[in-house]
Write a protein that binds this ligand. Structure first.
Ligand SMILES: Cc1cc2nc3c(=O)[nH]c(=O)nc-3n(C[C@H](O)[C@H](O)[C@H](O)COP(=O)(O)OP(=O)(O)OC[C@H]3O[C@@H](n4cnc5c(N)ncnc54)[C@H](O)[C@@H]3O)c2cc1C
Length: 423
């Protein structure tokens, strides 16, 4: 008879913990979702500790868009005016140069909002602004250079995290831990959640090109001939994205940087001299495009928001918007119960965490569906075509109907479910 051998377990010696701090909510990750989440909870009187792995908010490989919905949220908080005093540009339309002339599927100027544009602002400025506002509240603590390594768990309940900093290991104990640590979320992995992935048909090369004073403003985009090129006006320079069929980066590299110059210049000939300034692959970063969602966003004592719960495809540039909307809904639902936990030293009921997922899951799935549709019907076709993209005449016709015309702009500007801060 075979007997089952006991499983050998190897434990690392428990590292000495520098200190243990207590708070009500520990937010892991100071991206747009985590920063806004912390500000809203701090404002509601909840003790919050925000842990950010990087020593500063300087980041390049990121989106820099604040959609009308985010501006309305900031307006509600009385912060929009001051944010707009910081250096930014405003993007009102998305116009593509197509084989049948300019095509503008999104015109935010048609929306009934105080902010009918996308505010283009370096994410660094936005994050410094939001965390600066949170720091006005004595119940907010920000720890930079704090990389979360482990969850603290007791009887299946998450009771906080252990993080590594320059001066060693520390522990934060909390009633609720929020994983806002982005697409590669360690908190998600530690909690044992798997992502359901779909693979969009593309990857993006991301690089900077110099801007000259007579250049157009806003956004320049072309689709077709096997690629998509997009240039975002960042005032001092252009942020360029060159979309290639999924998995073809090694092939492109083998062909040499000249192949990238040729492909880009075929789509945007007016920038042919500028793309030649890209001499080395090191000057470009590869974004492996992913679209995924976590079937479950919570466990007792733990909630995921933003990219940690759902990674968005770059179509429409909605990732920041959705991460911030998650934060607003989570704060609306949880501020009261967290205040209760803080006052009466009781656990947070799981039903409140379930309510956050319930409210945000449908809008997330809907936008991912819409992105998948655009990827299949437009982008995949353009990437496999030798011609410049021409939008179907029926689509052009539909977008002339006033009621229909605002639908894409509303979805890009506000998502499927606009959210407001509950006062
Ligand atoms: C190249 C690129 C371009 C993009 N362009 C756009 C765009 O134009 N518009 C748009 O809306 N979206 C864009 N996105 C997507 C957008 O950046 C994300 O959807 C958005 O930032 C998600 O916000 P988040 O707060 O959930 O996560 P993130 O912004 O990813 O923030 C996560 C934070 O957690 C920190 N962190 C990670 N691990 C740990 C840890 N173990 N401990 C502590 N901290 C940790 C990270 O340092 C980071 O600061 C782009 C993404 C990329 C990569």
């Amino acid at each position: 008879m075979q007997t089952e051998r006991p499983v050998e377990k190897h434990y690392e010696a428990a590292p000495a913990i520098g200190d243990v701090k207590r708070t009500t909510c520990c937010v892991v990750g100071g991206g747009p979702g985590g920063a806004v989440m912390s500000l809203l909870l701090a404002r509601a009187g909840v003790d919050v500790t925000l842990l950010e792995a990087h020593p500063d908010f300087d980041r390049e490989f990121r989106g820099d868009t604040l959609h009308p919905s985010v501006m309305e949220i900031l307006d509600q908080l009385g912060l929009a005016g001051r944010l707009l005093e910081l250096r930014h540009t405003e993007l009102r339309t998305f116009t593509l140069q197509t084989a049948s002339g300019p095509f503008t599927p999104v015109d935010l100027g048609r929306l009934d909002t105080k902010y009918p544009y996308i505010t283009m602002m370096p994410q660094t400025s936005f994050l410094e602004f939001v965390t600066g506002e949170a720091q006005r509240y004595p119940n907010f603590r920000l720890v930079m250079g704090a990389r979360v390594r482990d969850l603290v768990e007791e009887d299946g309940v998450v009771r906080g995290v252990r993080y590594e900093a320059e001066d060693g290991l520390h522990e934060v104990r909390a009633v609720l831990t929020i994983g806002a640590d982005g697409r590669g979320s360690r908190v998600r992995r530690l909690a044992g959640f798997e992502l359901v992935k779909t693979s969009p048909p593309m990857d993006v090369l991301w690089f900077k090109l110099p801007r000259e004073k007579d250049d157009p403003e806003g956004i320049v985009g072309r689709i077709g001939r096997g690629h998509i090129a997009i240039m975002l006006d960042r005032e001092d320079y252009w942020q360029a994205g060159y979309v290639i069929p999924k998995g073809t980066y090694p092939e492109l590299r083998r062909e040499g940087i000249e192949a990238l110059h040729r492909g880009f210049a075929e789509l945007i000939p007016e920038f042919a001299d500028r793309i030649e300034l890209l001499k080395d692959w090191q000057q470009a970063s590869l974004l492996s495009v992913e679209s995924s969602r976590c079937p479950r966003w919570y466990r007792p004592g733990l909630l995921l928001i933003g990219d940690a719960a759902h990674v968005m495809s770059p179509v429409g540039g909605v990732g920041i918007n959705y991460a911030i909307q998650d934060a607003v809904v989570a704060a609306n639902v949880l501020s009261g119960p967290l205040g209760e936990s803080q006052a009466r030293l009781v656990d947070l009921e799981v039903r409140h965490l379930a309510a956050v997922q319930r409210r945000r899951e449908l809008p997330t799935r809907l936008i991912q569906r819409a992105q998948a549709l655009i990827q299949q019907q437009v982008l995949a076709r353009a990437l496999s075509s030798k011609e410049l993209f021409a939008p179907p005449p029926l689509l052009r016709l539909l977008l002339r109907i006033p009621l229909v015309r605002t639908i894409p702009s509303r979805i890009v500007g506000f998502g499927f479910w606009p959210v407001r801060v509950k006062e």
